[in-house]
Design a protein around this ligand. Sequence first.
Ligand SMILES: C[S@@+](CC[C@H](N)C(=O)[O-])C[C@H]1O[C@@H](n2cnc3c(N)ncnc32)[C@H](O)[C@@H]1O
Length: 245
Amino acid sequence: MADDLFEHPCLAAVYDALDGPDRSDLNVYAGIVTVLGAQRVLDVGCGTGTFVLMLSERGVDVVGLDPAGASLDAARGKPGAERVRWVHGDATALQGDLDGMVDLAVMTANVAQAIVDERDWARTLAVVRRCLRPGGHLVFETRRPERRGWEEWTREQSETVTEVPGHGSIRHWVQLTEVNLPLVRFEAVRVFGDQTLTSTSTLRFRGEDEIAASLAASGYEVREVREAPDRPGRELVFVAQRAEG
Ligand SMILES: C[S@@+](CC[C@H](N)C(=O)[O-])C[C@H]1O[C@@H](n2cnc3c(N)ncnc32)[C@H](O)[C@@H]1O
């Protein structure tokens, strides 16, 4: 089950306006697509489709996968959506027709942390590996647990009002509710006029070594661990490659 933040139709409809007006975080992924010359890209947890639509405009063959139907609906309503193959579900929803066909799989905007259950994480890595062609890559980011970014997830530090065409003025904030490492729980609150919608999310904070070990166990070699250029010190970007043999 996806969080309400992505699954509730009203919240999914304003996700881009509230959470993603600045998507410079995607530049690092776009750069990797170019450097690798990736022709077919699988976006695991594509949400409202910002990245796959950007790539499809450049002629890349893209598959966008997400368990949140309302986010996919928002994505399907955007210009160019007909060029994308959309898959509703987690990675296990992928049928065998993509096996060995994907040059690059990505998980942008901390999707890896939304995959909280360790068996789900291992299954996701396994299915993605199956989809990658020999030598194909998986690139994703995750917040560094040692940076304790959740300490800034308070109403005082995050409350903002955003004017969203068609929806009016929305007051919104996040509020940390529980830290029980490696799990961190928070609420995202959106006030639409007299209606308040609150979504609860849980994220898993995995350390660099833990992620490297899970990748090795699932048949990947870590090629590089980079800083996210727009969030130095806060996040790690893993560049992994399908291991052979
Ligand atoms: C913060 S959003 C990021 C969306 C998109 N990648 C972006 O850059 O805007 C996290 C996404 O992860 C998706 N998600 C949650 N659990 C997932 C899973 N097990 N497999 C794939 N995606 C998942 C959510 O539905 C949501 O769309």
